[in-house]
Design a protein. Structure first.
Length: 317
């Protein structure tokens, strides 16, 4: 018998969960008919939801013992929820997917086949369209993927979703990376393993509202760049060298102008602009260094990635 664990991070998803559960159970039954020795568990991670998400999950567990859950003491974020899911699965294989149905459950058989029959360590999905997204958000998302792939060694595919199935070896590798500041898409690309990519068109949420504002996406992108690239630190060095060169050229220009033409040095307004420019670049470089220092500071505390307030396993004891 092979056990497939379905990991579902949830934050205020009370409206979407019934739709998701019905869809995943239907797909599971179809896969059971195709692969007779395949069993399922559904592991929901309640990321400190403010609505009735936990109550809905507990209701699902009452009628289906394949449902398990871990409920956080507060909102720790999706990265922590993904880590908690991978840390608590019992299956030989695990798949991570969202509860809002933007990760189509109908693709699960194709993902499973890639790992179970075709020999891949992982099978992942990527959106080939961003239909329904605001144009500005789509533009910055594409720019982010281009930028981070040029700046880091991690292979992060444009449009990649968290909808991914992986074998136990890959699961254990990811769980073994206990860094506090997590960027899972980067971790997937950094650890390697053979991955098959499956493309699909963007799907709208079945219910509820997105939890990802533009500001949250910006901070998430910044987390990825800092976590998987030191190029911003190098940029600070190059900024300093560039401004030093400009200053040296300016000094030579002033000396030559004084010796040749005898003009006095003047122009306080231009001097103020130059000082402000240099000061701005210095503050920018200090900010870059500060971001890296802050991440190192948080890592040094060795705080837990998440805190579980309640789990379904407590019901079994």
């Amino acid at each position: 018998m092979s056990l497939l664990s379905v990991i579902v991070p949830c934050y205020n998803e009370q409206e979407a969960l019934p739709f998701f559960y019905d869809a995943i159970v239907k797909v599971s039954a179809e896969m059971k008919n195709t692969w007779g020795d395949l069993e399922f568990e559904y592991l929901f991670i309640d990321d400190g939801s403010k609505d009735s998400t936990l109550s809905v999950i507990e209701g699902l567990r009452e009628k289906d013992k394949r449902v398990r859950y871990v409920s956080f003491s507060r909102n720790f974020g999706k990265e922590a929820a993904l880590y908690a899911g991978l840390s608590n699965v019992k299956g030989d294989l695990a798949v991570t997917m969202d509860a809002d149905m933007q990760d189509p459950p109908a693709l699960l058989p194709e993902l499973y086949r890639a790992v179970a029959e075709e020999g891949y360590d992982s099978a992942a999905t990527r959106r080939v369209t961003r239909k329904g997204e605001p144009p500005l958000r789509s533009f910055f998302a594409r720019m982010f993927y281009r930028l981070i792939n040029k700046m880091s060694a991690a292979d992060i595919v444009d449009g990649a979703r968290d909808y991914r199935i992986m074998n136990r070896r890959m699961i254990d590798t990811i769980v073994g990376m206990k860094e506090y500041n997590r960027f899972t898409k980067g971790i997937y690309g950094w650890i390697g393993f053979d991955t098959k990519w499956i493309e699909f068109e963007n799907v709208e949420r079945v219910a509820g509202e997105t939890k990802w504002s533009f500001w949250k996406l910006f901070k998430y992108a910044l987390e990825g760049i800092i976590g998987f690239s030191t190029i911003p630190l190098s940029m600070a060095t190059w900024f300093g060298l560039f401004m030093s060169a400009i200053s040296f050229i300016g000094i030579l220009f002033i000396i030559v102008k004084k010796l040749v033409y005898g003009d006095p040095t003047s122009g306080w307004s231009s001097m103020v602009c130059i000082i402000l420019l240099v000061a701005g670049i210095q503050l920018f470089c200090m900010g870059v260094i500060g971001q890296y220092l802050s991440k190192a500071y948080l890592e040094s505390k060795h705080r837990p990635i998440y805190i579980a307030k309640k789990t379904s396993d407590e019901d079994e004891t």
